[in-house]
Design a protein around this ligand. Sequence first.
Ligand SMILES: C[S@@+](CC[C@H](N)C(=O)[O-])C[C@H]1O[C@@H](n2cnc3c(N)ncnc32)[C@H](O)[C@@H]1O
Length: 403
Amino acid sequence: MTRRHRFRHGDWESAALRLDEIICAHSGEDAFEEALKLLVAKLAHERDAARAAFLARQRDDGAVCEINRLLRVAGERWSGILEPGATTRLSSPELVRCASVLNRVGLLADDLVGLDAIFEFMVAKVAKGQKGQYFTPRHVIAEVVAMVRPTAGERVVDPACGSGGFLRHALLQAPQCSVWGFDQDPRALRVARVMLAASGQATARLMRVDSLRRPEPRLRAGAAPVLEDLMRAQEPRFRGFDVVLTNPPFAGDVGSEYTDAYELARGHRVERDVLFLERCVELLKPQGRLAIVLPHNKVGAQGWAHLRAWLLEQVAVVAVLGLGRNTFRPHTSQKACVVIGCKRPKPTRHHRDEEILFFISERDGKDQRGRLAFAPDGEAVDHDLAQATPLVRRRFELLRGGS
Ligand SMILES: C[S@@+](CC[C@H](N)C(=O)[O-])C[C@H]1O[C@@H](n2cnc3c(N)ncnc32)[C@H](O)[C@@H]1O
């Protein structure tokens, strides 16, 4: 459950903005790279000396030396985040100014809410809109994962994992499940690695791939590996995932290379979330469980009736959760929903009597400016999705029992 923290969401954004201003003023440096190093160094500092202030009272080159020492510690502790031998390019005065922003709150505190918010700002600056990199609010993720309930030993994947929110919560709920994250953006993967390392969940395996590329019937020499190839290199007997949890990108052009490969693209308008929906179903084992965030039009608009017909043939849809308009604010007010279901052993058109839970959220846990909203007398984020959780779980149990 996301709890009230000393620093509010908007404050984190202003902290991220301030860091960005300080770093960007140092002309010529890659702000993302320098901010990542700074945050990783701060995490290493908090792990070892949580009570001491970060870079306090450093003179001359003291801050540079201390950051570089922390980067070495972090490099030894967490793999795949920093380049070997990474050092800061910022000066000591710049580092001390950044530290005064970061010293206002612990990155490891409050369920990593602040770290998450800073990363979302950083990734947003580079890629938002172009690639649709809106992170899913953590209270939505926590509740959806509680509905789908990954269990020990199950293979769980997010094929568009971004900062790894679904993976982190899957491991929180079932530390013994086997968690896999894929993303085509190397920066998103590094952010996910930091988030997972910060929460002590380095067991998740993260890889870079274009998840929409499907296995080809005949191997072409030199073709880049697809997701299944990467999985079989790790687990030769891989036959699919037990659980897919994802919020795929909605925005962005779809290249013609995909349109022939997807059934839903033939003869219809194509959007990236549509291809991801088909791909997620393909990645599941029969009777595997799916939770996917989709734009609202996919469940309601006339123009997408063919998609719904296809989905109902492939998946026993258990629930559709209508998310409020503030859910993805301040980045977008696009309405979205979460479709939850179970892949059928074989596609069928005989599904007319199946019940689907339609839940419309009226308290989305954010205000109109996109700041987290807290219950008046409590510490938790004020949302109503938990009301649907026992109902969705019950539907899954009934499906498993075959009644
Ligand atoms: C909307 S974000 C969601 C992130 C994450 N699921 C979350 O909720 O925090 C979508 C992610 O999909 C990634 N992505 C977009 N196209 C992709 C592709 N073809 N293959 C793999 N990842 C992709 C983007 O880089 C981005 O990180």
